[in-house]
Ligand binder design. Structure first.
Ligand code: COA
Ligand code: AMP
Length: 631
């Protein structure tokens, strides 16, 4: 098959293209309408189809005779555990948990928050919700109680499913007290908190709303799958926006199932029965799509890895997992490879393992620097494919479609538009830009199936954030340019979102926390380059007049406050006191200018700046700072 023809078919006749792809999954009612408009006049896929995604991910494979195939390999170097869970065992766990949820009074359309470490019970929880039409919202464990409370108030769960603790390298993170604090802070109160006690000696206070996961599941009657409409929300996944409030991305059921199945075959090039590994976390979109739903829909064995690329126990762990579990395709973030490269620059660990099972290595989540790509290519000796997507898209937007035709790899580029995504680069006024010119990365509507359908209870923000900036296009929020062969080079966010170790964070949220400190008059938080995590946040702080707080004391208090409010995942480690901040004449802080001066890259001083002298002050502030080595 030829990539160009395949791609062109998807753009020229999307309805026909996606009608054919829809035949690749089993429906209870095959959709007669492929593409239509929803009540907000936004594109909707497979509106009158009916299905259940938990059935497709589990029961179908058992019915087809693959019940004994391993569905999940739980590999946890932090607990020295390896567990092989077959589709039959997965059905038993998921259907009983779903039955327990029904017995608690949950029903189709209710919401449940899942706040769990990387344990199989997190996957059971997601699939159990999907089994009975309950909408799950998984919250990443590295977020603090305040972030969890915001999400509780927004999606109003009847139930929260959590665990006693997570393990970060060697440190026990007690999750349950974090949930209690979030429930305390939130206005909405869930009826119950279901706690999976990992029995690792982590004590927690029992609350009246607590229920014991293992006890409830052991007594439960297994639940059958509830058939839902294709447009029924499968999950809400919160992601950072440009305000202090995260956005609840809504994913539908039918479009998502079709898109994920399609992606396994045509992007990742895996066959049913292969082992596939996405080294991410179920709290991120990569975890939703490529640890849980896509591999299970495609009858792959998925690896659930509870560890880090380094220190669990060392930089060999990725290669051990690939070799030991016969991984055919692996997916991780460049930051993980940079961490490994730092510990093992000559790739000595890789040489200790037979990695001949590996066909492709995919990278995403942040820009992949060329030296990391080359290092990996040189040592792994398989195609290393940088691809690009977002929480909003749910599956890749730019990729080398290895399952269609492996195209040449161009270092620095996140590859070519994926079939279904008519990606273009526009200028400020919405004109298409020629090759080589940088602009705004957009997708001409309709987006393909599986992409976001709205924001949870916030259609105006959905329209304003994604659809209004360029009429007829979805706006990604990223800048970039295309080369004459159509390859996209993504240059970074054009808004105030930063990317720290592949984690998307809002500087606006951090500014809210910093400016709430009693000594702070105003502040700017922006991302600076970091050779390990890609970016990390830095705060510049102007003190209230009369404040004589010691800058080091203030910095320590702000670090603690961000950890406690947003979470350790923000990796906030530095706050500097300054006399004033660079602003436009209308009072807007010039964060991009600050970022460029701090990173010592070329920049243009905007003509709207209110005082040129501040530029020299900022150059002076950063001149002796080796920011990169401070990560
Ligand atoms: N629960 C609780 N705390 C968590 C957490 C979780 N699930 N995940 C991270 N944290 C904490 C860490 O313990 C750390 O806390 P500390 O400041 O007390 O040490 C902090 O959040 C930052 O964590 P992390 O970003 O993982 O940094 P690190 O320095 O521990 O490790 C890397 C660096 C590069 C090894 C790590 O960031 C990594 O593996 N990155 C890959 C990320 C990835 O796969 N992203 C995929 C998105 S597609
Ligand atoms: P998230 O929604 O957390 O998946 O983050 C999505 C954002 O990460 C995108 O908007 C990009 O800014 C960035 N991103 C993801 N993949 C890539 C990539 N391959 N190259 C450059 N940036 C990327």
């Amino acid at each position: 098959m030829n990539y160009k023809d395949f791609f062109n078919q998807s753009i020229q006749n999307p309805e026909e293209f996606w009608r054919l792809q829809a035949k690749d999954i089993e429906w209870n009612v095959f959709p007669s309408t492929i593409l239509s408009k929803d009540e907000n006049n936004y594109d909707s896929w497979y509106a009158d189809g009916k299905l259940n995604i938990s059935y497709l991910a589990i029961d179908k494979h058992i019915n087809d005779g693959f019940g004994n195939q391993t569905a999940i390999i739980y590999d946890s170097p932090v607990t020295n555990t390896k567990q092989f869970i077959s589709f039959l065992q997965l059905k038993d766990e998921v259907s009983k948990l779903a039955g327990a949820m029904l017995a608690l009074g949950l029903k189709k359309g209710d919401t449940v928050i899942v706040y769990m470490p990387m344990v199989p019970q997190a996957v059971y929880a997601m699939l159990a919700c999907a089994r009975i039409g309950v909408i799950h919202s998984v919250v990443f464990g590295g977020f603090a109680p305040h972030e969890l409370a915001i999400r509780i108030d927004d999606c109003q769960p009847k139930l929260i499913i959590t665990a006693s603790n997570g393990i970060e390298i060697q440190t026990q993170i007690p999750y349950k007290p974090l949930v209690d604090r979030a429930v305390d802070e939130a206005t909405h109160k869930p009826q119950h908190v279901l706690v999976f006690d990992r029995k690792q000696g982590v004590e927690f206070e029992k609350k009246p709303y607590d229920l014991d996961y293992s006890e409830l599941v052991s007594k439960a009657t297994p639940a059958e799958c509830v058939v839902v409409e294709s447009t029924h929300p499968l999950y809400i996944l919160y992601t950072s926006g440009t305000t202090g409030k995260p956005k609840g991305i809504i994913r539908d059921t039918g479009g998502y199932a079709v898109a994920l199945k399609f992606s396994m075959k045509y992007i990742y090039g895996v066959e049913q029965g292969d082992t596939y590994w996405a080294a991410s976390d179920v709290g991120w979109v990569v975890g939703h799509s490529y640890i849980v739903y896509a591999p299970l829909l495609n009858r792959n064995t998925t690896v659930l890895f509870e560890g880090k690329p380094i220190k669990t126990p060392d930089a060999s762990t990725f290669w051990r997992v690939i070799s030991e579990h016969n991984v055919k395709v692996m997916f991780t973030a460049p930051t993980a490879i940079r961490a490994i490269k730092k510990e093992d620059p000559e790739g000595e660990f890789m040489k200790q393992y037979d990695l001949s099972c590996l066909k492709y290595q995919f990278l995403a989540g942040e820009r992949c620097d060329i030296s990391t790509l080359h290092w990996l290519e040189e040592h792994l000796k398989v195609p290393v494919i940088d691809h690009f997507w977002q929480t909003e898209s749910g599956w890749p937007m730019l990729a080398n479609m290895a399952g269609v035709e492996l195209m040449p790899i161009k270092p620095g580029s996140a590859s070519l538009p994926v079939a279904g995504y008519n990606i273009q680069v526009l200028d400020h006024d919405g004109n298409q830009l020629p090759a080589g010119t940088e602009g705004f990365v957009v997708v001409k509507l309709p987006l393909p199936p599986g992409t976001l359908t709205n924001l949870w209870r916030n259609t105006p923000r959905f329209v304003a954030g994604y659809l209004e900036r360029f009429n007829g296009y979805y706006f990604t929020g990223d800048g970039g340019f295309q080369d004459p062969d159509g390859y996209l080079f993504v240059t970074g966010r054009v808004d105030d979102i930063i990317n720290v170790a592949g984690h998307r964070l809002s500087t606006a949220e951090m500014e809210e926390v910093v400016s709430a400190h009693p000594a702070v008059a105003e502040c700017a938080v922006f991302g600076v380059n970091c050779d390990l995590k890609g970016q990390r946040p830095l705060a510049l702080v102007v003190l209230k007049s009369g404040s004589n707080i010691n800058p080091k004391v203030l910095e320590a208090e702000l670090i603690e406050k961000i950890r406690d409010t947003i979470g350790p995942v923000a990796s906030f480690k530095e706050a500097l006191v300054v006399e004033r901040l660079p602003k436009t004449r209308s009072g807007k802080i010039l964060r991009k200018l600050l970022r460029n001066i701090a990173d010592k890259v070329e920049y243009k001083v905007p003509s709207t700046i209110d005082d040129m002298a501040i530029v020299d002050e900022m150059i002076d502030l950063f001149k002796d700072r080796d920011l990169i080595s401070m990560c």
